[in-house]
Design a protein. Structure first.
Length: 318
């Protein structure tokens, strides 16, 4: 057999192996990854590698705009299906350099039912600062799907469920104070014992840090407050209601929450920086009107953070 013939056969074998390997790799693209639900954020999802052992690699990006806002883009929330007995590595790419301090402090969470959440083990995530990539590893699990997020999500739907659960309380009044630029209602809860004269009560107004939509710690805190204050079997709760009236807006940035922004509203405006403007964005105008009309003795603004020495705090003025 001539050298040319042998060389041609080798080229043919290499070509067949390459084509087979490509097709086989493509066949392992079997993990649907989706973020098209409330508060979801992960786009440009691509399959990059897979093998017969159940190992898969995907890449994606957080949806943000540096042309409008230069930083504070750190919220992700997505769902992956068909994960049973597979190891999946998802790399979030093109992280803004201005957000490196925040991403380096993220400890992501996961849930198999989108209700009960846990934090990933430290070995299951890392931030590659040099390449501005964040890697999350999902180990082989017996479950069919998983939800992954920066923090425990707090959605408008979750707040609606809370309000439905307390709506029959004699001490709770729920009202829509207006609508966001995206047409979503902004809801306020009043907690008050109407059998006691209001003139003898102190007035407290609370908004959560979720007027920066990714700061979910404030919304969870306000939910805890609501459940405690409406507890009719607790003597302290009963006493507080007789002496104080509360107005609580758990989610100011209802649009940013719905579409999965880290901080900004639907117009890419930071509502936390709008309070000095008259008029401001619609959400701030509506809440500010309620604050002025209520004339509170105490105002609390509950916040959370990524990339800070404090993960939760509140501002108060008297």
């Amino acid at each position: 057999m001539g050298k040319k013939s042998v060389f041609r056969k080798l080229i043919f074998i290499v070509l067949i192996i390459t084509i087979y390997s490509y097709n086989t790799n493509a066949d392992f693209n079997d993990i649907p990854i989706n973020s098209t639900f409330e508060m979801g954020n992960l786009i440009n999802i691509n399959f990059t590698y897979g093998n017969s052992s159940g190992y898969r690699e995907y890449t994606g990006e957080v949806n943000y705009s540096l042309d409008i806002q230069s930083d504070k883009h750190w919220w992700f929330y997505f769902n992956a299906k068909n994960i049973t007995n597979k190891t999946i590595v998802i790399t979030i790419k093109n992280i803004p350099s201005s957000d490196i301090p925040r991403w380096s402090n993220i400890q992501p969470v996961y849930s198999y039912d989108n209700e009960n959440w846990s934090r990933f083990n430290q070995n299951n995530f890392n931030f590659d600062e040099e390449n501005r990539e964040y890697n999350i590893k999902i180990n082989q699990e017996p479950y069919s799907e998983v939800y992954v997020a920066t923090l425990y999500p707090y959605t408008n739907a979750k707040l609606d469920r809370l309000f439905i659960s307390v709506n029959n309380s004699n001490y709770a009044k729920i009202e829509d104070i207006g609508y966001s630029p995206g047409g979503r209602p902004i809801r306020m809860l009043t907690i008050n014992d109407q059998e006691v004269n209001d003139s003898n009560k102190k007035r407290i107004f609370i908004i959560s840090g979720q007027h920066n939509s990714g700061e979910v710690q404030g919304a969870y805190s306000s939910e805890g407050m609501i459940k405690f204050l409406l507890n009719e079997t607790n003597n302290l709760s009963n006493s507080i209601r007789k002496n104080y009236t509360f107005k609580i807006v758990s989610i100011v940035n209802v649009d940013g929450t719905a579409i999965g922004r880290s901080r900004y509203n639907i117009n890419w405006i930071d509502l936390n920086r709008e309070w000095g403007y008259y008029p401001a964005e619609q959400e701030v105008n509506l809440v500010r009107e309620q604050i002025i009309n209520f004339n509170p003795n105490l105002f609390l603004d509950l916040h959370g953070s990524i990339g800070s020495t404090a993960n939760y705090w509140f501002h108060g003025i008297n």
